[in-house]
Design a protein. Structure first.
Length: 92
């Protein structure tokens, strides 16, 4: 029974984190790290914060991987982000 509640809570955390921007997730992750490093508070709260922090870390890693893939695609296309030609390329 406890395991079922834990997996549902994990899914809820992941769903809530998925809507955050990279910057929002990183800021929240930094705040959680500071809170955990302080070592104050209840054990249950620390575990919940750690769980959310893990979800935030994964979200940030995923966002960075997406950004890296986009940059690599741009580089592979010769720098044209949209596949269009540079403005001055048509002049001649």
């Amino acid at each position: 029974m406890v395991e079922g509640r834990r997996s549902r809570a994990t899914e809820d955390v992941a769903t809530a984190v998925a809507s955050l921007s990279f910057e929002e997730a990183l800021a929240e992750l930094e705040a959680i790290v500071k809170q955990l490093e302080a070592g104050q508070g209840r054990l249950e709260d620390a575990i919940a914060a750690y769980e959310r922090g893990a979800a935030l870390r994964k979200h940030c890693e995923d966002k960075l991987a997406e950004a890296e893939a986009k940059v690599q695609a741009i580089v592979a296309r010769g720098g044209a982000a949209t596949g269009t030609v540079p403005f001055d390329a048509g002049e001649g």
